[in-house]
Structures are given as C-alpha cells and as structure tokens.
Design a protein around this ligand. Structure first.
Ligand code: NAP
Length: 284
C-alpha cells in the first residue's frame, strides 16, 4: 500500500548542521509530493532502536551520516553490492514489505560532480592523487577505480590507514597495483604528472587548519576537487583556482548523492538546479 504522506530524514550525531533537509524538502515541494524530510539526532548506541523505530513509524528511509555509516550497514536485511565493497552505507530504503535496504551513493555523487564540472572528464586521463584515507576516501577511491582509474596515489597522515585501504581495494583482481601509497611527507612530489587532485581529509573545513600543501608541481591542466563544502571554496580550491585549475567543491557530491535516494523514497529522479545550489550556498 503506497503511503499518502511519506517521511524520510537523516540520522547522525551531531546532525543539526546537515543541509540534506533543505535539499529534499525543496524537491518535495517542487515535485508536489506529500512528504517531509527531517533531522534525526541519533546518539551512538541508539542506532538499532532508531532503525527499528523508523520501521514502526512507517518512515520510508533515511540518510545515514557520521558516526553511523559502518554500524548501520550491519543492521540491514539487504546491502547493495557497491555499499558492501565500500564497507559503509549512507542511505537506508525501507520497502513496502518492511525490508531494510542499504546503499552508498557518496561515490556516485562524487563522480557525477566531476562530470558536471567537465563532461569530458575521464578517470584514466593520468595519475590521480587522493589525500586522506577515511570514510569519504573509501567511497571516492573505489568509485575512481570503477570508473577506470589506472593509478591512484594515496597518502594519509596516518600511513597505516592508506596501506590498509590499498591492500583491501588494490590487492588482486582488476585493480591489482592500481593504488600506490606515498608517505604523507611526499604529497607535493606526488603531484607530478597528476590529472586530478582530491582532498578527502577534513583539513580546510570550517574550524580546521588549512590543508598543508603547495601546488607548484601540479600540472596546469589538472582538476582539483575537495570533498569539503563548508566553506564552499576551501583554501586548497582557492589556491588552485588562482593557478587556473578547474576546481570542484564538495557541494556537487552532496547534491548528486541525494538524487538516487530521493528517487528511491519518493519515486522521482530530481534535478539539481541553480536555484537549489543557491539555497544551500546561502546557508554556508
Ligand atoms: P574521516 O573518516 O574522519 O577521515 C578524516 C580524514 O582526515 C582522515 O584521512 C584523517 O587522517 C584526515 N585528517 C584529520 N586531521 C588531519 C590533519 N591534521 N592533517 C592531515 N590529515 C588529517 O572523515 P570522512 O567521513 O572521510 O570525511 C572527510 C571530509 O569529507 C570531511 O570534511 C567531510 O565533511 C567530507 N565529506 C563530504 C561529503 C560530501 O557529500 N561532500 C561526504 C562525506 C564526507 P588520519 O587517518 O591520519 O586521522
């Protein structure tokens, strides 16, 4: 039985900063869909109860953000194979039969944000430099490999995490040897002949220190992207733009990951319009 009024939301702790309600409530109103998208502040330790509560309340699903992305995956009835490989979910869909399905659209959102910035973008245009080895890096590295990246230079302040990620994704099969781990201290040398530089660390985010890197060795035609969207233009993107690089902020990743989730909950694949972008930018 299809519900006349559908509710969804985002579970996280903290969650008040999330811009997802602006995105989904804008689309609900634009497509004349009876529904609402809310903020669900779910403390660590309450995740299981929160997910069961969604089921009991007839909620159609939710996004999942820090710190629940890994734990939530374990509570699903079915996990999409891509999310399984990423080891985390960012979207829960509850079917009419009450089945909990887990997805991860972060990588899709990231790749689409690059294609929006450059429709001719190719993952195989040259080596790609990825800074960071946390949750965002997992989604981004795996998606870049799936898109055909042949060489990913991965570096992280804590090198053991980069080593573990490279071992997991690049050990055997089609991606064998595709991820090369560099010491964090060699991040500037690693920019030689790179076609894309990606920051997935939290450095440069509002309240954090700037990312400590000089771009002198980065080829002029390289694209520079940052997973961060607060601020919209991080010091890294500002420095890259000043050198003439095409830059891509994390806002495109955020907006694009929301599209398939909205489709799954509400039945319409929504559009990202300049108006929607402006609504978010006005809050940053
Ligand atoms: P995470 O799992 O906590 O990873 C944080 C990363 O930042 C780790 O690689 C960590 O390195 C690195 N880091 C922290 N402090 C550092 C420092 N002082 N110097 C160098 N590196 C440092 O977080 P996450 O979920 O991957 O998120 C990372 C960023 O991506 C956040 O800014 C988040 O907002 C953004 N993000 C954006 C989207 C989007 O839709 N646009 C989606 C997801 C995430 P260590 O391993 O050494 O600690």
């Amino acid at each position: 039985m299809s519900l006349p009024f559908k509710m969804a939301g985002v579970m996280g702790w903290p969650v008040a900063h999330s811009r997802s309600p602006i995105i989904h409530n804008h689309w609900l109103s634009k497509y004349n869909i009876q529904g609402a998208y809310g903020l669900f502040p779910v403390q660590p330790g309450h995740l299981d109860a929160a997910i069961k509560g969604m089921l009991a309340l007839g909620i159609v699903g939710s996004n999942v953000t820090i710190p629940h992305k890994v734990e939530a995956m374990k509570l699903m009835d079915h996990v999409d194979p891509l999310a399984k490989r990423m080891g985390a979910i960012n979207t829960i869909v509850i079917t009419e039969e009450g089945e909990l399905q887990g997805f991860n659209n972060d990588g899709f959102g990231y790749i689409q944000s690059l294609k929006d910035a450059n429709p001719n973008w190719s993952a195989n245009a040259g080596p790609i430099c990825v800074l960071g080895a946390g949750g965002a890096a997992r989604a981004i590295v795996l998606s870049l490999l799936d898109q055909g990246a042949k060489e990913i230079r991965l570096m992280n302040r804590t090198q053991s995490k980069a080593d573990a990620l490279a071992a997991e994704f690049g050990q055997d099969g089609p991606y064998k040897g595709a991820i090369k781990v560099y010491p964090w201290s060699e991040r500037e040398e690693a920019l030689d002949s790179v076609s894309l530089l990606v920051n997935t660390t939290n450095q440069g985010m509002h309240g954090q220190a700037d990312l400590d890197i000089r771009l002198e060795r980065l080829p002029k035609e390289a694209m520079v992207s940052d997973a961060i969207y607060i601020p919209l233009e991080t010091p890294l993107l500002k420095a890259a733009a000043a050198r003439g690089h095409v830059t891509v902020s994390g806002l495109g990743m955020l907006l694009n990951q929301a599209r398939p989730a909205f489709k799954a909950w509400f039945g319409v694949l929504p559009e990202i319009t300049p108006e929607l972008r402006q609504m978010i930018i006005a809050t940053l």
